[in-house]
Design a protein. Structure first.
Length: 94
């Protein structure tokens, strides 16, 4: 990273910023990036497809819509995601 002095720390700027503000309902269009806030409504389930895997669960957003969430090749989500816990999800709306 090339950070050796205090000045290097102050001048080090990230390449991009993630906007994690909640996506408005009217902006949810197929294949677009969305950010949702809500609670996990069902226990996550793991499915294996050969060497690939997927974790699926239902997510109740704060706008009271129920979404089906699929996380590909993230088997550790099965232990990390807790039922009825609030999360902010970033993903692709499909």
């Amino acid at each position: 990273m090339g950070i050796y002095t205090y000045e290097d720390v102050l001048m080090h700027l990230p390449r991009a910023y993630e906007d994690l503000s909640i996506t408005d309902h009217v902006l949810k269009v197929d294949r677009q990036r969305v950010v949702l806030s809500g609670v996990v409504a069902t226990q996550p389930k793991l499915f294996r497809h050969g060497r690939f895997s997927s974790v699926t669960f239902k997510f109740l957003a704060h706008d009271q819509q129920l979404y089906s969430v699929v996380a590909f090749n993230r088997p550790f989500f099965l232990r990390a995601i807790q039922l009825k816990t609030t999360y902010r999800l970033l993903g692709i709306y499909d």
